[in-house]
Ligand binder design. Structure first.
Ligand SMILES: Cc1cc2nc3c(=O)[nH]c(=O)nc-3n(C[C@H](O)[C@H](O)[C@H](O)COP(=O)(O)OP(=O)(O)OC[C@H]3O[C@@H](n4cnc5c(N)ncnc54)[C@H](O)[C@@H]3O)c2cc1C
Length: 359
């Protein structure tokens, strides 16, 4: 029986495990290796950090046909077709799906004081403890006004904190200019101050910026994601640190290794890298699963094609901005806001978790 191993049980990896369990029947077995026993609903990490209780989904309950190993993969050895675990164990494979996601990118400024992040479950829990011990009224700073930074800032503002977001670049470049204008006007109404500046350093209780020193009781870095180092064992990385794959998600030189989710360096028809998003990770996980089965059973693989429909930005409980897009992710002059947007975001988030875990 052929053995398919999946590294990472997030949106891409759990979806892949689920699909292989359903499609592989008796001719292949699947092992999922994840650092935690539970599925991390990463799109809700800003809610976890601000004090919400999230439902627990155990990866062991995915399917009786998925063997779960809770552990950390330290290295991949594609020459011998095996992965090496932090506890010294090894797992051999016929086909491997790498889906270890991403974590917070290293900041490009000096850091000598506490700097939090919300990119992973552990970081969100640490931030949650720091938020709980921050006095309401003391300044909270989020560095980076991307989707994650804005979702966190508005969530913290909704629970009473005084929040400012520092950004050196264009606000919401992913949105149509009308949606961007609406967002710029809406943030102050939600109690979030947007400051255009570049951060030069983070010290204890203080930020060094182009505008001078800013006092900050709690500082969070939301400057983007980067995949783990692990991927470099298998092939060439792109400028975002993702492992470059072909259109069928296979690693050049190691066609039995596939990559899915934030770790996959996939480009669209126009050669642009795809967005790191659960919206991308779920269909990629499904395609990687199908192709892993095709590879181990000697059948031709299929190409992965992504079709986007929009971007959802949560702006605190019951509020948001939904930017409708073309299939290629370019914004259309259509957007909606408020409770309708929040409902769409909730349906999308639940749908992604359901696709990955079946619950
Ligand atoms: C606060 C926040 C809000 C977001 N909101 C949205 C949104 O609204 N819409 C959207 O589309 N996207 C959103 N994203 C992005 C989205 O969460 C990611 O793009 C998505 O999680 C990527 O899925 P993945 O399966 O590639 O990786 P992940 O979901 O990160 O899963 C990777 C898994 O691999 C495990 N892992 C990593 N390394 C190892 C290792 N060495 N050994 C074993 N296991 C390992 C991790 O523990 C994790 O369980 C948000 C992200 C954050 C942080």
């Amino acid at each position: 029986m052929k053995h398919i191993v999946i590294v990472g049980g997030g949106y891409a990896g759990a979806t892949a495990a689920h699909w292989i369990a359903r499609l592989g029947r008796q001719r292949s077995r699947v092992t999922l290796i994840n650092e935690r026993a539970e599925f991390s609903e990463r799109v809700r990490m800003h809610q976890l950090a601000s004090g919400k209780i999230l439902p627990t989904r155990r990866l062991a309950e995915l399917s009786a046909r998925v063997r779960l190993i809770v552990g950390r993969v330290e290295r991949v050895d594609p020459a011998d077709r095996r992965v090496l675990l932090a506890d010294g164990g090894t797992v051999s494979y016929d086909s491997l799906i790498l889906a270890p996601g991403s974590a917070a990118r290293q900041p490009d400024f000096e850091v000598s004081g506490p700097l939090h992040s919300v990119a992973t479950h552990q970081e969100a829990l640490r931030l949650r403890a720091a938020v709980a011990s921050t006095v309401v009224g003391d300044p909270v700073t989020v560095i980076g006004a991307g989707l994650t930074g804005l979702e966190l800032a508005t969530e913290l503002s909704a629970v009473g904190h005084r929040v400012r977001v520092l950004e050196s670049d264009t606000l919401a470049a992913w949105a149509h200019h009308r949606a961007r204008r609406w967002l710029r006007a809406e943030l102050p109404r939600l109690g979030v101050e947007l400051v255009a500046t570049t951060v030069r350093g983070v010290e204890a209780g203080l930020l060094q910026t182009d505008l001078g020193e800013l006092r900050s009781a709690l500082t969070v870095w939301a400057g983007g994601f980067v995949p783990p180092d692990l991927l470099g064992d298998c092939g060439q990385l792109n400028e975002r640190g993702q492992l470059i794959v072909d259109r069928a998600l296979r690693v050049p030189g190691h066609p039995e290794v596939l990559v899915a989710g934030d770790s996959a360096g996939v480009v669209d028809q126009a050669g642009r890298p795809l967005r790191m998003a659960c919206q991308t990770a779920v269909p990629m996980g499904a395609r990687a699963a199908g192709n892993a089965l095709r590879i181990v059973h000697g059948r031709p693989v299929q190409r992965f094609r992504m079709r986007y429909v929009g971007t959802n930005l949560a702006l605190g409980p019951g509020h948001g901005l939904t930017q409708v897009s073309d299939f290629d992710d370019s914004p259309l002059p259509v957007y909606f806001t408020g409770p309708a947007s929040a409902r769409v975001k909730e349906i999308a988030s639940r749908g992604a978790a359901w696709s990955a875990t079946g619950s």
